[in-house]
Design a protein around this ligand. Structure first.
Ligand code: SF4
Length: 412
């Protein structure tokens, strides 16, 4: 192992990312204060292109919840939601977000907001999980605004034409309802343009993540979960494209100069599941100290929608948002993971079993054993949670990770 001090090598683009995100929140703040634009709340893999094409500013409660997690304040808020009857076992994004709201606090106060921006409509897609409906229902009732959504089946094995048609019909059914809130007519050409921007942004995001196939990798998981913010909240806008061109250029430069994301890359790891937001920096430093780069994850890859097609905006949206890893059957997931292990030359896998996000914990039904039988890539399971720090033992996890990496070194 390296004797270098644990180090995080910051991407120079981070400052531009900060400006890009500040500008996004400023647009929301202006819309909220001046009421010159409508505001929609949307799930992170929801139909954002429809919303941007209809002139909404779009706010993402999951992005907000991750900010709460990263601020290490989630455990201050979760009990407030549980006191309202929300179980501590359900999504801690939901409980920390609702808890913060009930306590009249938000990390956005640092950006000049007094509260989260008031929604005119809330729009979900259950492609990721069903919790989002319960989460958004709370706010729809509170603000007395419409709750609209797309109900996608889970564990989709085959993407049959029936499945795609039913989801595409649901996308179309949103249009008249959104027109009423937006007080403007839907414009198919504008929607096509927004899909095109989304397609371009996703293609850049894909290229960015794929730079990690290089050895050494110029980017790691911890960079990607920070730099994915624009593809989550500005997908379908020029803002995301502009930022990702800058980030990609920096990564290409790093590849050219053999600059790696960690000071020394001996081991290449796949991270499965949610980030542990309140310990992100500590975990990043730990892997760096262990000469290990987390080169890929299905989490950051979730915002690559390469089936979007402006020529068939509704059908391609239905396909892209249902083809998503989290929606699929375990057999499909197994194949995707096996391919990733090979494409990214992975030496070991970390499965983060997130206590309150079952949909993003893939080691609950023996998938990890089945993959190991096929590719013999060693794996480690750690227990934790994205926001609820009571579910994570840092001491135990550090010992387990250090031991795991030591074992990997004996295989080299
Ligand atoms: S996917 Fe997981 S983290 Fe995201 S909203 Fe659903 S339960 Fe919460």
């Amino acid at each position: 192992m390296s004797s270098l001090k644990p180090e995080i090598i910051k991407l120079n683009s981070s400052d531009i990312l900060r400006t890009t995100m500040n500008d996004y929140f400023l647009r929301l703040k202006i819309a909220n204060e001046t009421k010159t634009k409508n505001i929609a709340w949307c799930t992170s893999v929801g139909p954002v292109e429809l919303l941007y094409s209809l002139g909404f500013e779009v706010f993402f409660p999951e992005n907000h919840a991750a900010m709460i997690g990263a601020s290490k304040e989630a455990n201050k808020y979760i009990p407030t939601a549980t006191a309202q009857g929300y179980s501590p076992d359900i999504c801690s994004y939901l409980t920390s977000d609702i808890g913060a709201f009930l306590q009249h606090e938000t990390p956005l106060q640092k950006s000049g907001f007094t509260s989260v921006p008031k929604p005119d409509v809330l729009v979900y897609n259950t492609n990721q999980c069903h919790e989002v409906v319960d989460w958004f229902s709370f706010y729809a009732k509170y603000f007395k605004v419409p709750l609209l959504g797309i109900n996608t089946p889970l564990y989709v094995h085959e993407l049959t034409s029936n499945v795609i048609k039913s989801i595409s019909d649901q996308f179309k059914a949103l249009v008249p309802e959104l027109e009423k809130v937006a007080k403007q007519k839907f414009d198919l050409d504008k929607f096509r343009d927004t899909i095109k921007l989304s397609q371009e942004g996703c293609a850049l995001w894909k290229k960015i993540l794929e730079t990690a196939k290089h050895k050494p990798s110029p980017i790691n998981f911890f960079d990607s979960v920070i730099h994915m913010a624009p593809i989550v909240v500005m997908r379908g806008t020029q803002h995301a494209i502009d930022y990702y061109k800058i980030l990609l250029a920096e990564l290409d430069e790093r590849i050219k100069n053999k600059v790696s994301a960690v000071p020394k890359e001996l081991f290449r790891i796949y991270w499965d599941g949610m980030p542990i937001w309140y310990k992100l920096s500590n975990i990043a430093k730990l892997f760096s100290k262990l000469d290990s780069c987390i080169v890929t994850s299905t989490y950051s890859n979730s915002w690559i929608f390469d089936d979007l097609d402006p020529a068939n905006p509704f059908e391609s949206s239905a396909l892209a948002y249902t083809k998503l890893f989290i929606v699929r059957s375990d057999d499909i997931k197994q194949n995707v993971l096996k391919e990733m292990m090979s494409d990214y030359s992975v030496d070991g896998i970390i499965y983060h079993e997130s206590k309150t996000c079952t949909r993003n914990s893939n080691n609950r039904f023996a998938l990890q054993n089945r993959i190991f039988k096929e590719n013999h890539v060693p794996y480690l399971e750690i227990n934790g949670d994205m926001n609820d720090s009571r579910c994570y033992s840092e001491e135990q996890s550090i010992i387990a990770i250090e031991t795991f990496i030591k074992q990997l070194s004996t295989r080299k």
